[in-house]
Design a binder for this molecule. Sequence first.
Ligand code: GLN
Length: 305
Amino acid sequence: MDYQEILTQIKLEILPLFKEGKVADYIPALKEIDPKQFAMSLQLFDGTSYNIGDVDTKFSIQSISKVFTFTMALDLYGENLYKNIGHEPSGNAFNSLVQLEYENGIPRNPFINAGAIVTTDLLVNKYKDKTFKKVLKFIRKVSDDQSIYYDKEIAKSELQYGYRNLALVNMMKSFDNIQNDATKVVYEYFKHCSISMNTRQLSRSILFLANHGIDPITNKQFITPSQAKRINSLMLTCGHYDASGDFAFHVGLPGKSGVGGGIVAVVPGVMSLCVWSPQLNKKGNSLIGTKALELFTTKTGLSIF
Ligand code: GLN
């Protein structure tokens, strides 16, 4: 398959869509971005990668970080994790408060904000003040890249304007589903959301999920095959909030989006991918990114179905 040619076709075909989306503006530091950027990277098992567009430009990974923190928490807590967080799609927006009250402060899944905040709280239980250092270390390890860091301005901006996330953490605290200081936990969460990476780094970072938890390039085992199965299942059913069904319908791959405009996706047994374009659709997922992945699976036949 000529992957470079396929990427070239995709880049041409998404051009007319640049008028349609809108960059995230509820985090002021994110709205400064040039909206007309696009990058896509494919990472194969033999170490080959294919890239197109602004592949060296780093962006805020935002909710893609939830995949890494959930992976860490699953490894630490195993099945006990599901006492604090569910594994069903929410059918609600990523920052919704409504369902959380009905369901006694137990978030539906780890990929909505409430679920990711509980995940971070569980990491803080274990790692205390070293939590962010540990998260960064884990991401650097799976990416095989020590240069990865976070953007302090974005983290501060999130804290300053994070009214909804503060509401979520406090609501969960009232139900005893947050054990540490609420503001501290949410700031830890903002820090890992503010990690900056490009599509090359992100596609590399999730390659282990395409290969049952083992990095096929270095042969390092990061998690068990069963844990990798759970994470991929959750990416498929919950990775795009209330548009998860739509993403599965159009793209047909496990994937996780972030409001920075990135989406990672996995073709089990074959490759991992990342696409980035900052303009979002109404559900908070990259509009062009989703379309690019749909074009990719249509052109290559590489969906899981
Ligand atoms: N940090 C963002 C928030 O909490 C993450 C949301 C996202 O990427 N969907 O609002």
